[in-house]
Design a protein around this ligand. Structure first.
Ligand code: PAF
Length: 292
């Protein structure tokens, strides 16, 4: 356990070993505390901070995990270049009331002969699951491990990763984890751009262009509110907005049932508008639930 890290006065408890994290969690639970956890891959931003605050409201002890999980990245994806500003992250955790940060090395999490995975089936075949094969299996496997390590009563995830939250809730239900999954709202820049660690990859101009994701969601929402029910027409209008954005490449724009994530052709109940768009080098995702 690393306590006081010195000159900068940052002394949040920093834990690198699984056994040590489990021992601290056991001690907290024996003392009658509820544990709230916030699993992250670091490069923390305002969105993560809001999750820490929510965990703080719901539990006496808060632990943030920072782990860039290799098994949720595809071979052509940004595992190596993913930002890792660990010192800054630790300070942010401390300033925002975390009691501990669990920050293991990849070798601590995955033994060389690791061979067990957790997979949620149908919910991961659509949206990001369709274009990032293996991604959600990597997520559910690491989250299941983190739950066994941090032993939380409550775990907080962000609504920007809507599909991830739905998939994790299903894993928790299907495998009987005794953990309350809380989903906190997406934090946005004034332009509407959802805050994300991957916004770090954008130039100032690309950041302006990236606000088109939110504009497309708002356009879709307003069409539904005005009575449009044909998903294809709405998706087409959302697609068109990106014609004026030279740095964009659409991965998907979908309208799905907000509960099952299955495509909906004629809108007859709450839907999720979801999109993934490359802006320059960054693959950005965003979503909006629209009730009717
Ligand atoms: O949302 C993320 O940052 C990651 O997918 C998570 C949940 C921490 C698992 O690595």
């Amino acid at each position: 356990m690393i306590g006081n890290r010195g000159a900068d006065g940052c002394n949040v408890v920093t834990i690198k070993e699984i056994a040590e994290m489990q021992a601290l969690a056991d001690e907290w639970l024996r003392g009658g505390s509820r544990i709230g956890c916030v699993p992250t891959m670091g490069a923390l931003h305002e969105g993560h901070v809001s999750l820490v605050h929510r965990a703080r409201e719901l539990s006496e002890r808060v632990v943030v995990s920072i782990f860039v999980n290799p098994i949720q990245f595809g071979p052509q994806e940004d595992y190596k270049s993913y930002p890792r500003p660990f010192e800054r992250d630790l300070s942010l955790c401390e300033e925002n009331g975390a009691d501990a940060v669990f920050i293991p090395a990849p070798e601590e999490m995955y033994a060389v002969d690791f061979q067990t995975h957790v997979a949620v089936e149908e919910l991961t075949t659509v949206l990001c699951g369709a274009t990032r094969p293996g991604h959600f299996q990597g997520v559910t496997t690491v989250v299941a491990k983190l739950f066994n390590i941090m032993k939380p009563n409550v775990a907080v995830f962000g609504a920007k990763d809507y599909q991830q939250a739905v998939v994790i809730k299903r894993m928790v239900r299907d495998l009987n984890f005794d953990i309350n999954i809380v989903v906190a709202p997406t934090v946005r820049e004034p332009s509407g751009l959802a805050v994300s660690s991957r916004n770090n990859y954008l130039s100032e101009q690309e950041k302006v262009e990236a606000a088109t994701l939110y504009q497309a969601l708002c356009l879709g929402e307003s069409m539904i509110q005005k009575g449009e029910r044909t998903a294809e027409k709405i998706k087409k209008a959302m697609h068109h907005l990106f014609d004026a954005v030279p740095s964009s490449r659409i991965d998907y724009i979908e309208i799905v049932d907000a509960d099952t994530l299955q495509p909906m052709e004629t809108i007859h109940k709450a839907v999720l508008l979801a999109l993934a768009v490359f802006i320059g080098p960054a693959r950005l995702i965003d979503n909006k639930v629209v009730e009717i």
